[in-house]
Ligand binder design. Sequence first.
Ligand code: FAD
Length: 559
Amino acid sequence: LFKAYPSTSKLLVLSTFSGGSVLVYSDLNTAVTPKDGQHKKKVVVLGSGWSGYSFLSYLNNPNYDVQVVSPRNFFLFTPLLPSVTNGTVEARSIVEPIRGLMRKKGFGFTEAECVNIDATNKKIHCRSKDSKSLKGTSEFDMDYDILVIAVGAKPNTFNTPGVEEHAFFLKEAEDALKIRQSVIDCFERASLPDLTEEERKKILHFVVVGGGPTGVEFSAELHDFLVEDVAKIYPKVQEFTRITLLEAGDHILNMFDKRITAFAEEKFQRDGIDLKTKSMVVGVTADEISTKERGTGKVVSEPYGMVVWSTGIGLRPFIRDFMQQIGQEKRRVLATDEWLRVEGCDGVYALGDTATINQRKVMEDIDAIFTKADKEKTGTLNKKEFNGVVKDICQRYPQVELYLKKKKLRNIANLLKSANGDDTEINIEKFKQALAEVDTQMKNLPATAQVASQQGKYLAKCFNRMEKCEKRPEGPLRFRGEGRHRFQPFRYRHFGSFAPLGGEQTAAELPGDWVSIGHSSQWLWYSVYASKLVSWRTRTLVISDWARRFIFGRDSSSI
Ligand code: FAD
């Protein structure tokens, strides 16, 4: 349509600019607007997960030639992945084919994985899954003007010996299906004749490593499956079943409110889930898992039937190579500025689990905010001034706010008391010292779908408004006095977190320090996740899966 009727495209571009509040920086948008017959800027998007899909859904700027490269041609709704492991929800119900969106938006899609980024020549090197395609070669290059890296992360094994070979992961749809099949296989194997009691116990020992939200939810789902469904089908071996949850830290769900952690630990104890905290896995063999007890240093090995590894995420190898190219080799995660631009590299953005917003900058900016506030150079601020400054910091840096909330410092002056001993006159230097401590302790933005999808939406809105910025270079927002006019930086809004604990009970931590645990939160969980599914098709499928489970129970065939 745009090729045939370029004027239509201009009209649509203008209408796109008519609302919204995101402002644009001008240093990246030179020659964005293509005149008739001119080269459109080529935007290559790597990944079709939470951040990539959200970016593509909100991107409405016909001035870009958008090409998506991803090894999977669908979007996966990961929060419901644990429910796929026991058949509560079918895998197909939580995937949305990407081709539909591509067709609607006029974007190109290539099913391949990027294996190398050549930032100097603005090229990516890709490998297709199908080795027979592309005239006998499965590899090809693709140029870009702008690259959006949204490739997520891979499970982190911390180089623990034997994990890659013997453990299951829970990251992709195939992983969940493999787990589902393996659980049932364990029961079938344990039901074979002529096995000793010890052998049956070994086969039916399910070990989950990692007490974060995914490990906890998976343990809870597995427990429900075993109690509510499998026990009825395999009554003879039911007594040999055991679930062990291993966590290296002092508690499970340590990113949640303490009340939730305590409730979850008690519930797991009541349910008979063997919870072992302060236990670090040091090795996995085909038959045994070895843990080292923190404190005593004692190493204990136990036989197992199945291990599921869920201890967090790590960088994809090609991102590590890319970081070396651009001078970020010392960092743990790819660093971006607050506009999601990769530091040390032009025209490359990174979002979602792959990247983190550089903390050093956060402290420098906090310093600048205080310096600005301390106009009279008295070295102190009164409470009102101080609250204004803190509000400003928290708005700009959600990490600080999240940290303070986690520490239950509802009134930030409490932090001051410890730094200052006096909450009427705030000593700026002392507060900065306290914040520096916050900085070292505070975690980056959590690696969640919430962050990833908000980043995708934010970046798409920036891209949608590139031309507006070009036309009005004076821009309505002046930031940091650099003489540049930029978009507002990315701001994360936390809408709360859920931790399903099994037995139709969920813990919910919602904004405003509101904690709710139990059956009512489970219904909230059902409604929130049903509403968050990306299409009516997946919503209908998931709701019918839930209904099927209520009526008929879960399907326990290992098909
Ligand atoms: P992803 O969604 O992982 O997407 C990455 C994309 O990149 C994929 O399409 C992948 O195929 C593609 N890709 C990979 N390698 C390449 C390559 N080399 N080249 C090109 N493309 C590539 N978060 C929540 O907020 N709430 C929850 O309840 C929740 N539950 C979760 C449950 C589970 C089991 C898991 C695993 C995660 C859960 N998360 C949850 C976290 C959430 O899924 C992630 O934070 C989110 O997926 C990150 O989005 P992303 O776009 O960075 O990466």
